[in-house]
Design a protein around this ligand. Structure first.
Ligand code: NDP
Length: 295
């Protein structure tokens, strides 16, 4: 049986519709949610992510500011820029596109962002709040994964979720979110990584398998249980001479084979990617609403 395809693109569109109403009501009260995206250097993947984020703001009528700095920008200069964005009342969300050039300490930069404007959810204050289940900002990709599950009728409660990958931006936070004692979570979570012994036996025990490894098509059908739900976070560019551009995007899951075994699966592209962007928009709108309440 072929799996149901969970379309992140469609779910993201539903969320955009909901956000349009929230944005209209904020605008009636004189507030336009604003997002600043800071890019240091010329990494082509980062440039493309930054463009997508700007476009998403534009489509929703948010105020957006994209600030591009040369690769040799000093740490002090970047920190000063963040201070000015922290103080700017038009800006409700600040996102510094990672990775940063090696001479800049990423942790120092993240720490400098006002936690109330940290719409990426990477500031230690927000990471801590996520872990203890307090409201803050949840990181966009993991939160998008939870939304996708819920909105496609997959309740994580009581399920065994196996997350392959333990990065601070995907693996660890997705586990932290799904293990919370609350509706839409309550899962039993296992985190696997490159030092995990007998990975396949662990992935086969998953009711919900989240692949966040950055390893193209690594998860094969024999690593997946019949009827499992598979969320593919991977975003890997591979050479493909038959494609117009000479390359294509694939996930961490061998999609064609695994879809014959899973009950539901996310595609790449069109799965987790669009969810990440829409959750960033959602956090920016949330931040603007909180700022208005605090006034
Ligand atoms: P990282 O490289 O930071 O982390 C990868 C994790 O996978 C590590 O914990 C690593 O283990 C683990 N891993 C790698 N290979 C194996 C293996 N063979 N067996 C078991 N575990 C393995 O990546 P990210 O978390 O940043 O990203 C993961 C993927 O998700 C990438 O393809 C990235 O492009 C994509 N991504 C997509 C987003 C989207 O919006 N669609 C957003 C963010 C990321 P160890 O810790 O031991 O090294």
């Amino acid at each position: 049986m072929s799996a149901k395809i969970i379309s992140g693109a469609e779910i993201a569109e539903q969320i955009r519709q909901e956000l349009r109403k929230d944005i209209a009501s904020l605008k009636e009260k004189g507030v336009t949610p604003g997002l600043a995206v800071v890019l240091v250097g010329e990494d082509p993947a980062s440039q493309s992510y930054v463009r997508m984020k700007g476009k998403a703001c534009e489509e929703l009528g948010l105020f957006s500011q994209t600030i591009v700095k040369p690769a040799d920008t000093s740490e002090e200069e970047l920190l000063a820029l963040i201070d000015s964005l922290n103080a700017d009342p038009r800006i409700h969300g600040i996102l510094v596109q990672l990775p940063l050039p090696k001479h800049i300490d990423e942790n120092k930069v993240i720490l400098r962002i006002d936690p109330n404007k940290d719409v990426d959810g990477f500031h230690p204050i927000n990471v801590g709040k996520m872990l203890i289940g307090e409201p803050g900002f949840l990181p966009c990709t993991p939160h998008g994964i939870q939304e996708m599950l819920i909105r496609s009728g997959v309740d994580p409660e009581g399920k065994h979720v196996v997350v392959v990958g333990r990065s601070n931006i995907v693996g660890k936070p997705v586990a932290a979110i799904l293990v919370q004692k609350r509706k839409g979570a309550n899962a039993t979570v296992t985190i696997a990584h490159s030092r995990t012994r007998d990975l396949a036996s662990i992935t086969r025990s998953a009711d919900i398998l989240v692949a966040a490894m950055g390893s193209p098509q690594f998860i094969k059908a024999d690593m997946v249980r019949e009827g499992a739900v598979v969320i593919d976070v991977g975003s890997n560019r591979i050479d493909d001479p038959s494609a117009k551009r000479g390359y294509r995007w694939v996930g961490d899951v061998d999609f064609e084979a695994v879809k014959e075994k899973a009950s539901a699966i996310t595609p790449v592209p069109g799965g987790v990617g669009p969810m990440t962007i829409v959750m960033l928009m959602k956090n920016t709108v949330l931040s603007a609403s909180r700022a208005l309440e605090a006034d």
